[in-house]
Design a binder for this molecule. Structure first.
Ligand code: FES
Ligand SMILES: [Fe+2]
Length: 345
């Protein structure tokens, strides 16, 4: 089993029409195409004849036709040559699924679980795509600690002056890592505060769990009154999938869902979906801006001076190595990384 041997999100379903699209996952180029009946095919993006990119071809009679010499391939990769009709060939094909508004691919014959998102009661807001010039582990690091939120983010996260008050705790299992953060929120404009329904002296809650086949984190964000436990009108659940493009860059596919207690679970959200979409898109751009400017984006944590928020880095790496890359763990967590990682009260 290798990095490719999982279900990977690729592009939104609506982005695949009559023209094939080329994507890259874990160093492998894949051509996606759609037939006239709506069926989706995924083939290695190289023609077995003379290695032309199949994604530059066209769809003809529900087959992907190579632009070079016109050989055609069905969704299972079975190929035919118009010039030599008795010559048959086969392009490597993938299992394809369309779910959550996305096209997902997995190598055939690989037993990997399809990600199950618990989104009952949530209203779909948007699907976002970004790309970071950093390896998988380094990209995930940024999305799994909140110490960067006061200085990196616009709205989301915690107040820098009161960062020492933020409580963080870790709940790892064999296959997942949950991180729970509670503390004084960053300040932002009254319009957004009113729309979301945030009271004075409320806390911001950021509670997420990371899974490792494929690698993705599901975040719950909400504000609450620490005295009464009362919650903001709106809360959201965001799933971010981290897909290695190659060893140096990572695709981020974000599925945003939200629910609102006023006026009804979707009424207000339907009106303000554009606002939520714009804000979350901007916040992820800010993350990508940081990742693209690291002096050293290598995934190793040896030699880093880690804080109480960073224990998750080692926990995630061990599971990426074991569950995603299927190899012996190459990262040892420095002893001082676990210092002060228990929740503060
Ligand atoms: S390279 Fe594709 S048909 Fe020749
Ligand atoms: Fe961030």
């Amino acid at each position: 089993m290798a990095m490719i041997d999982h279900w990977h999100p690729t592009i939104p379903s609506r982005a695949l029409r009559c023209k094939p699209v080329g994507v890259r996952i874990a160093g492998r180029a894949i051509a996606l195409f759609r037939t006239s009946t709506g069926e989706t095919g995924a083939l290695d993006d190289v023609c077995p004849h003379r290695r032309m990119r199949l994604s530059l071809g066209t769809v003809l009679n529900d087959r992907l036709q190579c632009r070079y010499h016109g050989w055609t391939f069905d969704t299972c990769g079975q190929g035919e040559s118009p010039g030599t009709p008795k010559l048959h060939t086969c392009a490597e094909s993938y299992d394809v699924r369309e779910q959550y508004g996305l096209i997902w691919v997995k190598p055939r014959g690989v037993a990997a679980p399809f990600p199950q998102l618990d989104i009952a009661g949530y209203f779909p807001i948007c699907v976002l795509q970004h790309q970071a010039q950093a390896p998988l582990e380094t990209t995930l690091d940024n999305f799994c600690e909140i110490e960067h939120t006061p200085t990196t983010h616009a709205v989301f996260g915690y107040d820098l002056q009161r960062m020492h008050e933020v409580r963080v705790c870790f709940e790892p299992t064999e296959t997942t890592v949950r991180v729970i953060n509670v503390g004084p929120p960053k300040r932002f404009g009254w319009i957004l505060r009113t729309l979301v329904g945030i009271g004075k002296d409320w806390t911001f809650n950021d509670d997420w769990t990371t899974y490792f086949s494929p690698v993705y984190s599901v975040y719950d964000h909400w504000w609450s009154d620490p005295k009464t436990g009362r919650e903001s009108k709106v809360r959201w659940r965001i799933a971010v999938f981290f897909t290695p493009i190659d060893e140096h860059s990572t695709a981020l596919t974000t599925l945003v869902y939200a629910k609102s207690t006023w006026p009804g679970p979707a009424g207000g959200l339907r009106l303000f979906r554009w606002l939520l979409r714009r804000n979350i898109d901007h916040e992820i751009d800010l993350d990508v801006g940081i990742l693209n400017n690291l002096a050293d984006p290598r995934p190793t944590i040896e030699g880093m001076k880690l804080s109480r928020f960073d224990r998750v880095l080692g926990l995630n790496r061990e599971r990426i190595d074991r569950l995603y890359r299927q190899r012996e763990s190459t990262s040892a967590l420095p002893p001082d990384a676990t210092k002060d990682c228990v929740p503060r009260t």
